[in-house]
Ligand binder design. Structure first.
Ligand code: NAP
Length: 258
């Protein structure tokens, strides 16, 4: 029955769908399955062609461009959202970027430009998007979910500057959670094990990461995008009401291993 869906009547805006393999898409599908109306953003025309059909398949009526490095595009997006929905319950941030040359070799060689770009797109954008969403989110409490990886905490060869960006992102989650707690807005990160996506293919030797993850985790298998989607939807539902500032692992237990 539709009224038993935990997110019936909720509106969610999802950033970071590039294609059907994207973790953002896995979360969007679960949000939709639980009754939420889902809106999408895309980066550039090439991705629009991929994102629109996916959005239509879940009955989405809000599909807009947004490059998070453009403050104008971010402002325009939220102004359109205000006119379109007038409310927002959930913001899913599933965006990361680093120059390809910074995802291999020596971390010490990272350029200032590459370093700042990775932090801007992968971490600062969470702060900016949350701030712009606030007038809509704070009407009835809200949920913000982002995606991280264990390379934030421990050295993962080749993850390099992205590890630094994810450490920054996880710290942003804690400070946002503290800041927005009084408005009953929760902010959490899901630290996912490796999944073969477009972004992941930019990390050198990603196949080795996948193989090792399967061998070395307690569960002896890689995670699926679907299990990330399940936790995303849970955090946005009633079960997530008192969870904030956390980094939660969907990694087959990889993070407990020494
Ligand atoms: P994905 O499908 O490639 O998604 C990454 C998204 O970020 C893409 O839609 C990408 O667009 C977008 N993006 C990059 N720069 C942007 C910008 N300036 N403005 C707006 N969007 C931008 O890969 P994914 O693996 O699902 O990644 C989603 C999140 O999960 C990332 O934060 C990633 O670090 C995290 N994560 C992934 C894994 C994994 O193994 N896959 C594990 C843990 C955490 P373009 O494709 O056009 O660049």
């Amino acid at each position: 029955m539709s009224d038993s869906k935990i997110l019936a009547g909720k509106k969610a805006l999802v950033f970071g769908v590039a294609n059907e393999r994207s973790l953002a898409w896995a979360i969007a599908k679960k949000l939709h399955a639980q009754g939420a109306e889902v809106g999408f953003t895309y980066l550039g025309e090439a991705l629009e062609r991929r994102v629109r059909p996916l959005a239509e398949s879940v009955g989405s009526t809000f599909v807009e461009p947004c490059d998070v490095t453009s403050p104008e595009q971010v402002k325009t997006l939220f102004s359109k959202l205000r006119d379109h929905w007038g409310q927002l319950d959930t913001l899913v941030h599933s965006i990361a970027f680093a120059n390809k040359e910074d995802l291999e070799g020596h971390f010490v060689a990272t350029s200032k430009e590459g370093f700042l770009k990775a932090i801007e797109i992968s971490a600062y954008s969470l702060v900016e998007l949350t701030r712009e969403a606030l007038p809509l989110l704070e009407r009835q409490g809200g949920r913000v979910v982002t995606l991280s990886y264990y390379g934030a905490e421990k050295v993962i060869p080749n993850y390099n500057v992205m590890g630094v960006a994810k450490a920054t992102l996880e710290a942003c989650v804690r400070y946002l959670a503290w800041d927005l707690g009084e408005k009953k807005i929760t902010v959490n990160a899901i630290s996912a094990g490796p999944v073969k996506t477009l972004a992941a293919s930019g990390v050198r030797d990603f196949r080795t990461m996948l193989k090792q993850a399967a061998e070395k985790t307690p569960l002896k298998e890689n995670i699926t995008a679907d299990s990330v989607g399940e936790l995303g939807a849970y955090l946005c539902g009633p079960g997530g009401q008192h969870i904030t500032g956390s980094t939660m692992y969907v990694d087959s237990g990889a993070h407990i291993m020494g």
